[in-house]
Design a protein around this ligand. Structure first.
Ligand code: ADP
Ligand code: ZN
Length: 740
């Protein structure tokens, strides 16, 4: 350590003074903590939230270590202040460091996910509210109608700010002030954040089936015993996985610790929240991108102070600074939405396992279609498995049939084959509900000129523009670029020549409405529903049977429980199978299985019709036969053969920039500098499938190695040895999921 700085104080040690050096991690993409001088009169501890000067700015950061000592003590700038908060838990800091080193992201960028609401570091604003004092009316007090109204109003509702009370009484603020002076009203401070109502783990849950009870007992025992362990809750849709992990949450709450549940699409889970509230008598704390600033601030603080006992959220909820996390649940663990593709690139399920391991706590993964990664971890004994083989309450799994489109005579401009049309008619006739699934937003995925074949493409991306007829425009699904359908073809200048090719959900809705004009039809896609409340409203309309037919994309595939829905038609079961993505088959299987799981969840049996041009494809055959495990085995054989995850290690490097030539030469240079090793293989550079994205040209290199090789240090030194112009960005994706 450089002279002049006293050594870093141990926990509880005295010597609080400004002669101490501390390393403060800032929420910026820096390589590590920066050194600062301590605070006079304050013994800073690791984990303390502090404000420090950074250039001309002041930033909030976290005391990370005793500093690097690189800068001479005399030149250090002092910490400005410490925020009045419990320090960030040791395990959270180790987790941030671990994620940074795993993903090769700068630690400060990971920290930024943990302190994403700087305003939450400040104590909540205390407002002054007025309530009746109950004191006797002083002698000489003069009653006026305004004074009477104010007192009546103050007695009626919750305490309110003076101005609000005056407004409610229809008078000026002076009247309220007069009453405070007379001692009839008192002004009291009130914290801005309401205390969260605590969930009650003692409330009885439903009577569990023997299978469910067995699984719940095992999980409760795991929580009682404490320590790290991963358990897969493997059960068909509707088997009661949620009810079972609620029991584990109850055990965690009973132990006084916090729990977090990660859901792939938090916005879609109002039914989940209703069930949680029904079970525990209080809502959990929510964490997702749709929260308001005030909600984020209150929740962040409640989590950091240990007041919020249970958090339900999207992947980012994992990075909250829990005071004492005791359990992690990842529901739908196979879901691709857990992969974050921007900023810090990580897979939330994998990071959740790491978080549980670092914290020495149990983690539960739940799925009806576990990922191959998880499946392999079970086979090797790293994870445990609890199986729920049957749907709850005798509901049977839907019957799945394949419609071979090669043998069907389709009407022109129709995408629903006669057998599906007949099934829809019969379902509606019986007063039941049906769902038509197509994982494609908009009206048509491609618009071309009938005269010359010119296709409308996004100027910023290698992608076709998708027509959204309801919104009256063409749109790029990658960058959001939008424009009206041109009146003349820009290529051959023919007028009114553009025609829509292929279907999106809007077009299916058009066909369905034409077939069943009486049916109440709604489209459910992320662009037709503005936010969680719109989704909620639609889900409720389905459960209330205000709708007969639902046309939707994957956002309606997940979680929902619709008792009257008995038919699911899949317009294009082959859709996800094209392309070179190594997970295409697995993903398609999972998605279609999940969609099928929407049918027949209550007393009425369900039926699923899959339209396919390749009924012999292993995915389609596995869906039709329901033989999940054989399908997974076949997938495993292929991946093992190709040395692909989970049997090998894979990383992607995407080189991007706005100048194509500069990107090409950077990518070639990286390729030339590739690590020379018999074990590490580097493929590329090659244009990424989306070779142009948001105006940036992209080239990709893939790194593949056996599991015995740890790729991160290899990639780190490779990049360090390859200086590139600052206009070039290299994004490292460890365990890539998307190959775009
Ligand atoms: P999964 O999570 O496996 O899809 P859920 O936990 O959502 O299954 O259960 C499906 C439906 O069955 C839900 O409506 C749930 O409330 C109900 N259910 C499951 N188990 C029970 C039980 N033991 N008693 C009563 N209802 C149950
Ligand atoms: Zn675009």
């Amino acid at each position: 350590m450089v002279s002049g700085g006293a050594s870093f104080p141990q926990k509880g040690a005295p010597v609080p003074n400004a002669e101490t050096r501390v390393g403060v991690l800032l929420p910026l993409p820096l390589t590590g903590p920066y050194d600062y001088r301590g605070l006079d009169g304050v013994a800073l501890q690791p984990g303390d939230y502090v404000e420090v000067p950074f250039g001309p700015r002041r930033l909030a950061g976290v005391v990370w270590n005793e500093g690097s000592g690189v800068l001479e003590f005399g030149r250090l700038r002092p910490v400005v202040r410490r925020f009045p908060l419990p320090p960030m838990a040791d395990v959270t800091r180790r987790f941030i460091d671990w994620v940074a080193s795993y993903t090769l992201a700068p630690p400060g960028q990971v920290l930024r996910m943990a302190i994403s609401v700087p305003a939450a570091l400040e104590p909540p604003r205390v407002s002054v509210v007025c309530r009746p004092s109950g004191a006797p009316v002083p002698a000489g007090f003069k009653w006026t109608p305004a004074r009477r109204t104010v007192l009546e109003r103050a007695a009626a509702g919750a305490p309110r700010a003076a101005a609000e009370l005056a407004a409610a009484a229809g008078c000026g603020p002076a009247v309220v002030r007069g009453l405070i002076e007379a001692g009839l009203l008192v002004a009291v401070p009130q914290a801005a954040d309401a205390e969260p109502v605590q969930p009650d783990w003692n409330r009885p849950g439903p009577v569990l089936s023997p299978d469910q009870q067995g699984a719940a007992d095992t999980l409760r025992a795991a929580l009682g015993a404490g320590g790290y362990g991963v358990t897969l809750l493997d059960g068909v849709t509707g088997s009661g996985k949620t009810e079972v992990y609620f029991e584990a949450i109850a055990a965690c709450l009973a132990a006084g610790r916090q729990a977090v549940v990660l859901l792939p699409e938090i916005a879609l889970s109002s039914q989940w929240l209703d069930r949680f509230t029904g079970r525990f008598g209080a809502a959990p704390a929510l964490w997702h991108s749709e929260l308001t600033g005030g909600q984020r601030r209150a929740t962040w603080r409640a989590v950091a102070e240990g007041r919020a006992k249970i958090v339900v959220g999207a992947r980012s909820a994992l990075f909250l600074p829990y005071a004492d996390l005791g359990l992690v649940v990842v529901d739908e663990e196979h879901d691709p939405a857990f992969k974050q593709e921007e900023g810090v690139i990580y897979h939330a399920r994998d990071m959740a396992v790491a978080r549980a391991w670092l914290g020495g706590i149990p983690i539960i993964l739940a799925s009806a279609t576990p990922s191959l990664e998880t499946q392999v971890n079970i086979e090797t004994g790293r994870y445990g498995r609890l199986h729920l083989p049957a749907r709850h309450g005798g509901a049977v799994l839907p019957e799945i049939q394949v419609i071979d489109l090669r043998r069907c005579k389709m009407e022109p401009r129709s995408w629903l084959a006669p057998p599906l049309r007949r099934a829809l008619a019969a379902t509606l006739e019986a007063g039941e509900q049906a769902m038509v699934f197509l994982n494609r937003r908009g009206y048509a995925p491609l618009t071309l000129c009938r005269g010359c074949g010119f296709r409308l493409q996004c100027p910023n991306c290698s992608a076709w523009l998708v027509e959204h007829r309801a919104a009256g425009r063409l749109q790029c699904h990658h960058c959001g670029h939008a424009m009206p359908v041109p009146e003349v073809c820009p290529h051959c200048e023919k007028g009114d020549s553009f025609t829509a090719c292929g279907p999106g959900v809007e077009r299916i809705a058009e066909e369905v409405t034409g077939l069943f004009p009486q049916a109440r039809v709604a489209v459910m896609a992320s662009d037709t529903l503005a936010g969680p409340s719109a989704i909620d409203a639609l889900v409720r309309r389905v459960t209330d049977h205000d709708l007969d037919l639902l046309i939707g994309t994957q956002i309606m595939a997940k979680g929902h429980h619709f008792p009257m829905l008995t038919l699911v038609g899949v317009v294009d079961a082959d859709l996800g199978l094209a392309g070179g993505d190594m997970r295409a088959a697995e993903r398609t299987y999972q998605l279609l299985h999940q969609v099928s799981g929407r049918a027949g969840r209550a007393e009425r049996p369900g039926r699923v019709l899959l339209q396919s041009y390749m009924p012999e494809h292993p995915v389609i055959m596995a869906l039709a036969s329901g033989d999940r495990d054989r399908f997974l085995e076949a997938e495993a054989v292929e991946r093992r053969y190709g040395l692909l995850p989970p049997f090998g290690r894979l990383a992607a490097l995407v080189v991007s920039g706005t100048e194509m030539e500069a990107v090409d030469s950077a990518a070639i240079l990286l390729g030339r500098n590739a690590p020379r090793s018999d074990l590490v293989e580097v493929l590329g550079p090659a244009p990424a499938p989306l070779a142009l994205l948001r105006g940036r040209h992209r080239r990709r290199l893939l790194v593949r190695a056996p599991r015995s090789v740890v790729l991160q240090p290899v990639i780190r030194s490779w990049l360090a040895a390859t200086p590139l112009p600052s206009a070039i960005r290299v994004q490292v994706d460890i365990d890539p999921y998307s190959f775009l």
